[in-house]
Design a protein around this ligand. Structure first.
Ligand SMILES: Cc1cc2nc3c(=O)[nH]c(=O)nc-3n(C[C@H](O)[C@H](O)[C@H](O)COP(=O)(O)O)c2cc1C
Length: 217
């Protein structure tokens, strides 16, 4: 290959990469979530009575109102003055990120702005668990701990992130019970494959996943 051909090839590659990044940006944009509807829903005791794991989901998409309230219930900011959240975390480390896998792509919940930031325009729901209903449920939460945000040794990091995820996933269970939605937490997940697909950093660990949708039959 002579010099001109090499230059033409490099230019073609750059145009291809540029076009792809523009296409990506157009495909997946941030999703502005709605303010939480705190007057809605059943009483806490009614929700506790209905709390259960469900493994049959409808494919019907969840409306933005439900997605907004669901994420706020999981770990939204409930005290704007301090930035503290609906679920507690050890030493307020706020080390659990909630990724949201939907048909149109993967997003990251930004609780401070109450928006979904785009991560990748790819449907990864089938990788969020080893049970086939993860592909049917329209939305899957992926709880990911950032170990760089937690003090202590590895044992402390593992236990804090598991406990903190437990609070969030229980908030989601109760929200789903209150709204008549189906959900189940999943530990049976190929976590290392999922981490690779999500391009997670070394310090990030998948803790649990949680599909959510309308009940199926
Ligand atoms: C840490 C944890 C991991 C779980 N992993 C799975 C799972 O991978 N697949 C599944 O179908 N259910 C899973 N479950 C749900 C339990 O099976 C369920 O909570 C239990 O059977 C009690 O049922 P209930 O939630 O309806 O009370 C998990 C629950 C917990 C707390």
């Amino acid at each position: 290959m002579n010099g001109n051909k090499i230059l033409i090839s490099i230019a073609a590659l750059l145009i291809f990469l540029g076009a792809n990044s523009i296409a990506f940006a157009e495909e997946l944009r941030p999703i502005e979530l709605l303010s939480p509807q705190i007057e809605e829903g059943k009483s806490l005791t009614q929700a506790l009575k209905k709390r259960q794991s469900a493994r049959e989901f409808s494919e019907k998409e969840l409306p933005l109102e439900i997605i907004s309230d669901l994420l706020w219930a999981a770990s939204g900011v409930n005290r704007p003055d301090s930035g503290k959240r609906t679920a507690p975390t050890a030493k307020n480390s706020q080390e659990i990120d909630i990724y949201v896998a939907m048909k149109k792509g993967l997003y990251l919940y930004n609780a401070g702005k109450h928006i979904l930031d785009p991560v990748m325009a790819k449907d990864i729901r089938e990788f969020t668990g080893l049970q086939s209903f993860t592909q049917t449920a329209p939305l899957n939460l992926i709880y990911v701990a950032d170990f760089s945000k937690i003090d202590g040794n590895d044992e402390d990091k593992v236990s804090s992130s598991a406990i903190d995820t437990g609070f969030m996933s229980q908030n989601v269970y109760l929200f789903c019970a209150s709204e008549g939605l189906a959900t189940v937490v999943l530990g049976w997940v190929d976590k290392s494959s999922l981490a690779k697909i999500m391009n997670l950093k070394d310090d990030q660990r998948v803790i649990l996943t949680q599909p959510i949708g309308y009940p199926g039959r």
